[in-house]
Design a protein around this ligand. Structure first.
Ligand code: GDP
Length: 294
């Protein structure tokens, strides 16, 4: 991911560093190139525009142009603004004990895999997670969660495949959770190919019943601006607390990661970077900015 954006930035900044005395025109030209590179990376138009305006305002500051190494200063300004765009500080989970996490998202985004990855992470951090299957539409999804739970060694609640009332299942699952030695319950919910009324209604009911401390949207980075619009819809429907962006190991152009925070106002809390169950990482905006700048 980001490889084409990183290449473009590298080229632009190398040119800028190579100029003896930087003029305002050099900066304007460089920022025009960067704006195009961001748009090519599928960053939302207004996000790219506002971002470039911020960088420009700081880069045009008299101190920068008069400094000994203006090129370096501009790269630093760009880096810091990029980290800010990606969310500023890393935002940890905010869980009570016992805690409740509700995972939502479209089919194929990586929800069930991420449920397993998150349970695995929390377990390593010394918590006692429990997994609960709440996807009543795809029996295969229930089996998949059971498999994943087995792989990470976490107890799992699987409802009867004939069950259709998701709130009833959640109630029974919580009673089961009370009988277990757990301190954080992770609910894997049903997805769809796209957001429809039924999905939203069911999720609203589940959310109102569970009152989770963390409602996290699992979104596929490979779907670019699609992922951002999905996040906006889920946020309007139930109010999400954060995002887990999956498939950052793929060759997505990076637009989803770069636009998500600015468009939704919600932090990316974790990034999935592979199919294995230990490939879920905290999302650190400054480290991501380092990675993009190479
Ligand atoms: P769900 O329908 O949202 O529950 O999605 P799944 O958990 O079944 O995942 C769909 C596919 O994406 C599976 O093949 C996963 O192995 C794969 N997947 C999930 N997360 C990642 C990731 O971070 N990187 C990669 N490369 N594949 C992932």
């Amino acid at each position: 991911m980001f490889s084409s954006l990183s290449d473009s930035l590298d080229k632009t900044f190398r040119n800028l560093r190579g100029v003896g005395k930087i003029s305002e025109k050099n900066i304007t030209d460089a920022l025009r190139e960067i704006r195009l590179a961001l748009l090519e990376a599928d960053v939302e138009f207004t996000v790219a525009k506002t971002f470039i305006a911020h960088v420009k305002e700081k880069a045009m500051g008299a101190d920068v142009l008069k400094s000994i190494k203006p090129g370096e200063q501009i790269v630093k300004i760009f880096h810091d603004e990029l980290a800010e765009l990606l969310g500023g500080d890393q935002v940890p989970l905010n869980l009570d004990s016992p805690g409740r996490i509700l995972l939502c998202g479209l089919n194929g985004a990586g929800k069930t895999t991420t449920a397993g990855k998150l349970a695995n992470r929390l377990k390593r951090e010394g918590r006692k997670p429990l997994l609960i299957a709440c996807d009543l539409y795809r029996p295969a999804a229930i089996d998949q969660l059971a498999t994943v739970a087995g792989q990470v060694g976490v107890p799992v609640y699987t409802p009867d495949a004939s069950e259709s009332d998701v709130v009833k299942v959640a109630k029974e699952a919580l009673a089961w959770a009370d009988s277990q030695d757990g301190d954080v319950v992770i609910f894997d919910t049903a997805g769809r190919q796209e957001i429809d009324e039924r999905l939203v209604e069911e999720l609203k009911q589940l959310h109102a019943f569970l009152k989770p401390q963390e409602t996290l949207l699992v979104a596929d980075a490979a779907t670019g601006q699609g992922a951002v619009s999905v996040a906006r819809h889920f946020d309007e429907a139930v109010g999400i607390d954060g995002i887990i962006l999956t498939k950052l190991d793929g060759d997505a152009r990076g637009g989803a990661a770069l636009s998500m925070r600015a468009v939704t106002g919600k932090p990316i809390k974790y990034a999935g970077e592979g199919e294995k169950l230990d490939q879920l990482f905290e999302f650190h905006p400054d480290r991501m900015a380092d990675r993009i700048l190479g």
